[in-house]
Ligand binder design. Structure first.
Ligand SMILES: Nc1ncnc2c1ncn2[C@@H]1O[C@H](COP(=O)(O)OP(=O)(O)OP(=O)(O)O)[C@@H](O)[C@H]1O
Length: 263
């Protein structure tokens, strides 16, 4: 069982560029994300979701504030390969096969070899039969699935997913939404997901944070107390529909703040 680190952000802001051409992307975020939970970040396009995720991943430094993951800096966690990220642009190694890329995810996390586990992961992300293909021979959606498998292969304590299903068709997306959560839930990873899909955010997460337009701050914090697994019965429930409506409404209010003024 993997550790379940909390993520604590204290006064985290991020700006890009020099004075005069400065872009403020994240504005004074104070947050604690509970260990072992999946938190979804949703918000208008360009509001700063990916920036926030990159800060948590230690791929960028905050301009102000601190981030601690289970008491460690993101850099320290990265150094001991405790976190994994799967981004929209899959960034697989082009000269390695699907299997080779996924096995590398495990090796880099210093986990023992596990060919059966890798084959199982490949099957779960629907890439059986493509083990020996290289990334250039795959569709965009297949590359994304391979990237998710690579991230999961290392059994990370912290799993960061940035629009992982953006290039996947609706049916495959639905299948992955059903098949993948048990993998990270069983391993007890703390996870953060950036998505544009309200239905996906509610289905996959324990908590949805709705962000304001840029610079991102937390506009609404909505707990998702639905039982796991989120099977067809849960997805057909009034509770699921109500939560989706709540998230949609919060997004609409903060994308178009005049809605709030009119209330
Ligand atoms: N390295 C960078 N240099 C300059 N500006 C940046 C950089 N990274 C992000 N930005 C700017 O920060 C803002 C937030 O970008 P970010 O990618 O975090 O938004 P997002 O909410 O993930 O967008 P989307 O939903 O469209 O993917 C944007 O205005 C973007 O142009």
């Amino acid at each position: 069982m993997t550790a379940r680190p909390d993520i604590r952000l204290t006064g985290v802001s991020k700006s890009f560029g020099a004075a005069g051409r400065r872009v403020d992307a994240v504005d004074t975020v104070d947050l604690t994300l509970a260990g072992g939970q999946m938190t979804a970040l949703v918000g208008p396009s360009g509001c700063g979701k990916s920036t926030l995720l990159r800060l948590i991943a230690g791929l960028d430094r905050p301009s102000t504030g601190t981030i601690l993951i289970g008491g460690e800096s993101p850099d320290d966690l990265r150094r001991r390969a405790g976190l994994a990220v799967a981004f929209q642009d899959a960034a697989l190694l082009p000269w390695r096969t699907v299997e080779g890329n996924i096995a590398l995810g495990r090796a880099l996390a210093r986990r023992p070899r596990d060919p059966d586990g890798i084959r199982d992961l490949i099957a779960r992300v629907g890439l059986s039969g493509f083990e020996r293909r290289r990334p250039a021979e795959l569709s965009g959606g297949m590359r994304q699935r391979a990237a998710i498998a690579r991230a999961l292969a290392g059994e990370p304590e912290l799993l960061l997913l940035d629009e992982p299903f953006a290039a996947v068709d609706a049916l495959t997306r639905d299948r992955l939404n059903a098949e993948l959560p048990p993998l990270w839930e069983a391993r007890g990873a703390t996870s953060v997901l950036v998505t544009h899909s309200v239905a996906e955010a509610v289905r996959l997460s324990d908590r949805v944070l709705v962000l304001t337009p840029r610079p991102a701050s937390v506009a609404a914090d909505i707990a998702i107390p639905l039982p796991h697994p989120r099977d067809a019965k849960v997805l057909a429930s009034d509770a699921y529909r109500d939560l989706c409506a709540q998230v949609t409404e919060a997004l609409r209010d903060h994308q178009f703040p005049e809605n709030l003024a009119a209330q």
